[in-house]
Design a protein around this ligand. Structure first.
Ligand SMILES: *Cc1c(COP(=O)(O)O)cnc(C)c1O
Ligand SMILES: *[C@@H]1O[C@H](CO)[C@@H](O)[C@H](O)[C@H]1NC(C)=O
Ligand SMILES: *[C@@H]1O[C@H](CO)[C@@H](O)[C@H](O)[C@H]1NC(C)=O
Length: 582
């Protein structure tokens, strides 16, 4: 057969197909023929959204979410749920509301003059005793009126009136910042050959801000390097809530991935979530909930092989791990000496022993930071829609969603909500920069000072861990690497134990998955380790003998929040709670 005859047989087949198809379709109305593809298109679209949702939230959560929203359509159900929710919110707020009576809401017509100091003293006296009683919270040791505390007070008063926006005038402050950044970087591998010798960074107002900056820089860096415009990041569920905030502020899709049986980041699970839009993965050393270090080296390999960023959260561990390793504790690699680590956040105001409001963000090299177009004054540039007033007046924006006790329950409210949040604004105290500088240089806080502190705190932690293990009703969650011990119980309601500890003046943190509480051990706890264990034993015995919630306790709320199948409800609850407190 030649070419033209095969063409004519093809056209014959096509014509007979056309004839039979047309005669078959002629039994349908033209309108139907028009609408059918349209419906299929819509159906395909719906199916795709459905599968996307399931991929994002899991089958169980999607079905539950769907079920919950359908149930709420039944008349009366929504109002019933809202009433119940309001009851919980009222209970959570009952404390705060009654205390607000008599609070000033307007400027007084005549000033108090120096009497204001008396007033402030009076109010300060009413604060609860935190000395030695709070998990984390205050990391500096000793009494508030002497030692390192009073040194800080004096340093603060010396620089309280400088203005760091004018570094040409206040050159000392610029020098202090640069030195604190350099000293901290050196502690975290910047001088090792494998770091590349290019590590740079800046001071910030806290771990949250350091994380926000690192995430934003990673996003912009990946955009310029790989052209990613619909960025996604992957974090273990144990990571701090600052990443949720970053995802919302900077429009990044966030994947929270379960941890492995040792409560560490599950590298394989993270790998499964990597796609062409992934900009960043995160590891903590250690994570805040259980004090366990993620496998940073494996995460580094993963990040390098995909050419994406890896942020290491050293907010808690930065000023402990280098010294703990020196003391002989088994600490796996966690800093810039690890290939693939692109940025690090480290809190000077935690184990660095500076006052609250100082942290550092470090980048492996200038490339990563440079693309991020925030100007020199990091704190003023980072929020993409800060209010003009705050920018103009040179304030640090310091978002703190005040729900720390239930921190690990928090699904952070979305950014629409944020615009209505009270912003706690601290003027950017150069003092804070200064303090960390001072403390780092002062003889007792040179590297030997940190080494000694770490030794003391690690030993106190090991004693607490051993004491808890000796209480047969309790178990320690995972194997704590540092100075945090999380513990739960298979036989008691651990949140009831927590309520009893609260009634004894302790402030511990409640966690879920599994239900547990933790103590973040600081220098403040060193003298009271045995008191803590005695109180804990007593509380466990009380709960064992009289199980059931104590009046005014939070156990029922924590318990319920842990059990709530629909995470959306927990989020709603928290939004209502916070909305009511401002
Ligand atoms: C404390 C902490 C942060 C940041 O908290 P800030 O209160 O904003 O300083 C981030 N990650 C971890 C692991 C932390 O412990
Ligand atoms: C941030 O760091 C860079 C280099 O380390 C420095 O030039 C800059 O002044 C720092 N920013 C601020 C606000 O100090
Ligand atoms: C964000 O929160 C606001 C206020 O609570 C709510 O109206 C809005 O629907 C929320 N948006 C999303 C995307 O969840």
């Amino acid at each position: 057969m030649d070419y033209s005859s095969s063409l004519s047989s093809l056209s014959f087949h096509f014509n007979s197909f056309r004839a039979s198809a047309n005669s078959f379709l002629s039994q349908y109305e033209p309108l139907l023929l028009l609408l059918a593809p349209l419906f299929s298109l819509i159906l395909a679209h719906l199916l795709r959204s459905f599968f996307n949702l399931i991929h994002e939230r899991g089958l169980k959560a999607s079905l539950l979410g769907f079920l919950m929203s359908s149930v709420k359509l039944i008349p009366g159900v929504k109002s019933y749920i809202d009433r119940e929710k309001q009851k919980v919110v009222d209970k959570m707020q009952s404390d705060g509301k009654s205390k607000r009576e008599g609070w000033r809401t307007e400027l007084p017509s005549t000033g108090l003059g120096t009497l204001v100091l008396e007033k402030m003293k009076e109010e300060k006296r009413k604060d609860v005793a935190w000395q030695g009683k709070c998990s984390g919270t205050v990391y500096i040791g000793g009494s508030e009126i002497d030692g390192h505390f009073s040194l800080i007070n004096e340093a603060c008063s010396m620089f309280a009136h400088t203005n760091p926006l004018h570094l040409d005038v206040f050159q000392s402050v610029g020098r202090f910042e640069a030195e604190v950044v350099a000293m901290t970087a050196a502690l975290l591998g910047s001088q090792e050959k494998s770091s590349g010798g290019q590590v740079c960074g800046n001071m910030t107002s806290g771990g949250t801000e350091s994380i926000l900056l690192a995430v934003k820089s990673s996003r912009d860096y990946m955009k310029s390097k790989k052209g990613i415009t619909r960025p996604e990041m992957i974090i273990p569920v144990s990571a701090h809530s600052a990443y949720d905030k970053a995802a919302q502020y900077f429009n990044i899709k966030l994947w929270r991935v379960a941890v492995n049986k040792d409560f560490q980041a599950d590298v394989k699970a993270i790998r499964r979530h990597i796609n062409k839009n992934t900009i960043l993965i995160v590891g903590s050393a250690p994570g805040f909930p259980h004090g366990i270090i993620d496998p940073i080296e494996e995460l580094g390999q993963l990040a390098s092989s995909f050419g994406i960023c890896l942020h290491v959260d050293l907010c808690l561990g930065g000023f402990v791990l280098p010294f703990a390793r020196e003391l002989g504790y088994p600490i796996p690699p966690f800093d810039f000496s690890v290939k693939g680590v692109s940025s690090i956040s480290v809190d000077v105001h935690k184990y660095g022993l500076a006052p609250k409001g100082t942290s550092i963000v470090l980048y492996r090299d200038h490339e990563i930071r440079k693309v991020s177009h925030w100007p020199g004054h990091k704190v003023l540039g980072i929020f993409e829609a800060p209010t003009e007033y705050l920018v103009e007046s040179g304030f640090v924006l310091f978002f703190r969603i005040s729900c720390d006790p239930i921190h690990q329950f928090v699904a952070v409210p979305n950014s629409t909500y944020l615009s209505g949040l009270p912003m706690i604004c601290f003027p950017f105290l150069p003092v804070l920069v200064l303090n960390s500088w001072y403390m780092a240089n002062q003889w007792s806080f040179c590297s030997t000072g940190y080494l000694e502190n770490t030794k003391t705190i690690m030993e106190a932690t090991k004693r607490i861990q051993k004491g808890i293990e000796e209480i047969s009703e309790l178990y320690v969650v995972g194997r704590p690497d540092m100075t945090i011990v999380a513990f739960g119980s298979n036989v008691l309601d651990i949140f009831e134990v927590n309520d009893l500890m609260t009634s004894k003046g302790w402030h511990l943190n409640a966690l879920q998955r599994p239900n547990s509480i933790h103590i973040c051990v600081t220098l403040q706890h060193v003298p009271v380790v045995e008191d803590f264990l005695t109180d804990l034993k007593e509380s466990v015995n009380t709960v064992k003998e009289n199980p059931g919630p104590i009046s005014g306790g939070l156990a029922p709320i924590y318990g319920a929040a842990g059990k709530m199948p629909d995470r959306g409800m927990v989020q709603d609850l928290l939004v209502d709670y916070m909305d009511g407190t401002c």
